[in-house]
Design a protein around this ligand. Structure first.
Ligand SMILES: Cc1cc2nc3c(=O)[nH]c(=O)nc-3n(C[C@H](O)[C@H](O)[C@H](O)COP(=O)(O)OP(=O)(O)OC[C@H]3O[C@@H](n4cnc5c(N)ncnc54)[C@H](O)[C@@H]3O)c2cc1C
Length: 523
C-alpha cells in the first residue's frame, strides 16, 4: 500500500532542532507542516522523560547505536548513541545547557556563516522555551559540592554560580568550576527536552501540524534542481510519498542528514558512484568536516557511599584555560558520580560497585582532528561509515589536551575536601605517570561527549566546499534546507544543545522570511 500527502513544509526528524521548527512554523494557522520522526512518541515513555534514567536509554531500542571505523590513534569501540524518538537526542541526553561563547560565533562568521554573529544568536537563545535552570539546591550532593571546591582550589579558578549568566550577552568566562544549568523540571526530575517544551503543548491541538511517528525517510524527491518531497516507510511497512509545496527541511542530525542527502544522490559524485548511488547533484562537502568533543576518563573508588541526590549523575563541571591568548577555556571536565566504565572495563580495569565510584572526564572543547562520514552502500538500511580520525591532528594538540586533563584531574583529587572522599585511583591507576603512558591510556580509554556535528557545513554562498549557505539552503538546489547540528562550521566550546535550539529558532525565522519573499513575488 502507498499513500501520498502534501503539506507546505516537510520536516525530516522530530529531534532537537526539528521540534523547534515545527512549533514555530505552525504558529501561523495558515501554514501546514508535516513532521516526520523515525522514532516513537515520548509522551508516555517514563524512562525517557525521567532525566535521571538517561543511561538506561543508551544502547537500547531507541538508540541508533552507530559505531566507527577503526581509529588507529584512538578508541575503535566507542558506541555513538543517537536517539530515535520524538525530541531526538534531547530525549536521551543529559540536557546540560550552555550558551555558546561570543568567540565561538566569531569563528562561525569567519568561516562564512554571515548573520550568525553573537548578538544575533544570543537573541535567538533568549527565545528558547526549554526550562534551563541551575541545578536545584536539593539535587546538589555533598560529594559534588566538595568536588567543586577542590576543583576551584586545585585549578586556581573561581567557583561559578551560573555559567550562562556570564555568557548570555558577551563577556563569557575563561575558567571556573560549578554546578551546571540543566533543561529540566526540578520538581519532577523530568526533562525539558525539545519535544517536551515545543511539541507536547501543540500536538493534537494545532490542526495544521501533522506528526508522523515511527516513519523513516530514505529518499528525497527532486524535480530538476528543486526538492519536492520525500519517500518514507511507516511502521507497518506502508510506503509514503510526502510532498512539500514550499520546502523540505532536514533536521535528522549530524549523522542522518548527510546520510539521507547522499542516499538521494547529493554529495561527492565520484564517491557516490563508487558505492552504487547515481549522483544527481555534486556537492563534495557532504559528510566532510565530522567534528566531535573527544574525552578521556579517570576513575576513583570512594571511601564512603556516594550521596544519591542528583539530577543525572554528572552535575558539575570544571573549565580550565591553558592558552592565555584566547579568552575561552581550552579544557573542560565533567564529573561522573557513577562508574562510567564502558571503556575502562574493555581495557581490563575493574570497576568499583555502583555507589562507590567517582570519575572525571577531561574533554577537548576545540578539538583539531577532523573526520569524515561516508556511505558504504546504496542500501538505505546500511549504516554510514563514521571516521572521526580521533587524535590525528598533526600538532598533537588533541593528545596533549587529554594528557594535561588527566594530570589536572589528579591535582583535583589531591585537594581537600574532595580528597577525603577517595580511597584509590582505579583507572588508569597511580603507576601510569609519564606523558607517553598517559597518552596511550587516555586515547585507548577515550570516549565521545556525544557531540558529532559539522557534516553539512555552513559557509559562504561562494564556498564550493560548503553544503549550505548562511540561510541554511543547500547550495545549488531549491526548496531544501538543513537545520541541525550538521551545519555547524565548528563546534561551540561547551556542550552544543543550546546552539542547536537557537539554530532551530533562527532557521524558522529564515524559512518564514523566505516564504514571505516568494509570496510577495508571486502576488
Ligand atoms: C547521550 C548524549 C548526551 C548528550 N548530552 C548533551 C548535553 O548534556 N548537553 C548538550 O548541549 N548536548 C548534549 N548532547 C548533544 C546534543 O544532544 C545534540 O548535539 C543535539 O541534540 C543534536 O540535535 P539535532 O537536532 O542535530 O539532532 P537530533 O536531536 O539527534 O534529532 C534528529 C532526529 O531525526 C530523526 N531522524 C534521523 N533520521 C531520520 C530519518 N531518515 N527519517 C525520520 N527521522 C529521522 C531521529 O530519530 C531524531 O529524532 C548529547 C548527545 C547524546 C547522544
Amino acid at each position: 500500500m502507498a499513500t501520498e500527502t502534501t503539506y507546505d513544509y516537510v520536516i525530516v526528524g522530530g529531534g532537537t532542532a526539528g521540534s523547534v521548527i515545527a512549533n514555530r512554523l505552525t504558529e501561523d494557522p495558515g501554514t501546514t507542516v508535516c513532521l516526520i520522526e523515525g522514532g516513537p512518541d515520548d509522551r508516555d515513555l517514563e524512562h525517557v522523560l525521567r532525566l535521571r534514567d538517561w543511561l538506561s536509554v543508551l544502547g537500547g531500542d531507541l538508540d541508533m547505536r552507530y559505531t566507527t571505523v577503526e581509529q588507529p590513534r584512538g578508541n575503535s569501540d566507542i558506541l555513538h548513541s543517537r536517539a530515535r524518538v520524538l525530541g531526538g537526542c534531547s530525549s536521551h541526553n543529559t540536557l546540560i545547557s550552555f550558551r555558546p561563547f561570543a568567540e565561538d560565533l566569531d569563528d562561525w562568521v569567519a568561516a562564512g556563516a554571515e548573520g550568525w554573529d553573537n548578538a544575533t544568536v544570543q537573541s535567538y537563545a533568549d527565545r528558547i522555551r526549554c526550562n534551563i535552570v541551575p541545578i536545584a539546591e536539593k539535587d546538589r550532593n555533598a560529594m559534588v559540592r566538595d568536588w567543586v571546591a577542590s576543583a576551584a582550589e586545585a585549578a586556581d579558578v573561581p567557583v561559578v554560580e551560573d555559567f550562562n549568566a556570564l555568557t548570555s550577552h558577551g563577556g563569557g568566562f575563561a575558567e571556573g568550576a560549578g554546578f551546571l544549568s540543566i533543561a529540566y523540571d526540578p520538581y519532577t526530575g523530568h526533562r525539558s527536552s525539545a519535544s517536551v517544551a515545543y511539541l507536547h503543548p501543540i500536538m493534537d491541538v494545532r490542526e495544521n501540524l501533522t506528526v508522523m511517528l515511527e516513519t523513516w525517510v530514505d529518499r528525497l524527491l527532486l524535480d530538476g534542481d528543486r526538492a519536492t518531497g520525500v519517500r518514507a516507510t511507516a511502521a507497518d511497512g506502508t510506503r509514503l510519498t510526502v510532498n512539500a509545496r514550499r520546502e523540505v527541511v532536514l533536521c535528522a542530525g549530524a549523522v542522518d542528514t548527510p546520510r539521507l542527502l547522499m542516499l538521494s544522490g547529493i554529495g561527492n559524485a565520484e564517491e557516490l558512484r563508487a558505492v552504487g548511488v547515481e549522483p544527481v547533484h555534486d556537492l563534495p562537502g557532504v559528510g566532510e568536516n565530522l567534528l566531535d568533543h573527544p574525552e578521556s576518563i579517570i576513575m576513583w573508588e570512594t571511601d564512603r557511599p556516594v550521596p544519591q541526590n542528583t539530577v543525572m549523575h554528572s552535575d558539575a563541571a570544571l573549565f580550565v584555560r591553558r592558552d592565555d591568548s584566547d579568552p575561552r577555556p581550552d579544557l573542560m571536565f565533567h564529573i561522573y558520580q557513577i562508574p562510567f566504565d564502558d571503556n575502562t572495563k574493555r581495557l581490563g580495569y575493574e570497576s568499583p560497585p555502583d555507589g562507590w565510584a567517582v570519575c572525571m572526564t577531561p574533554n577537548i572543547p576545540r578539538s583539531r582532528s577532523r573526520g569524515k562520514l561516508s556511505l558504504t552502500s546504496a542500501d538505505p538500511s546500511v549504516p554510514p561509515a563514521l571516521d572521526f580520525r580521533y587524535f590525528t591532528d598533526p600538532e598533537g594538540y588533541d593528545e596533549k589536551t587529554v594528557v594535561d586533563g588527566l594530570r589536572i584531574a589528579r591535582e583535583v583529587a589531591a585537594a581537600e575536601p574532595f580528597r577525603s572522599w577517595i580511597r584509590r585511583e582505579v583507572a588508569p591507576g597511580p603507576a601510569v605517570t609519564t606523558d607517553e603512558e598517559l597518552s596511550e591510556y587516555g586515547r585507548r580509554a577515550a570516549h565521545t561527549v556525544y557531540h558529532p556535528a559539522g557534516t553539512c557545513r555552513m559557509g559562504a554562498a561562494s564556498d564550493d566546499t560548503a553544503v549550505v549557505d548562511p540561510r541554511l539552503r543547500v547550495r545549488g538546489l531549491r526548496g531544501l534546507r538543513v537545520a541541525d547540528a550538521s551545519v555547524f562550521p565548528t563546534l561551540p566550546t561547551p556542550n552544543p544543545m543550546v546552539m542547536v535550539l537557537a539554530l532551530g529558532e533562527r532557521a524558522a525565522d529564515l524559512i518564514r522570511q523566505d516564504g514571505r519573499a516568494v509570496d510577495g513575488e508571486s502576488r
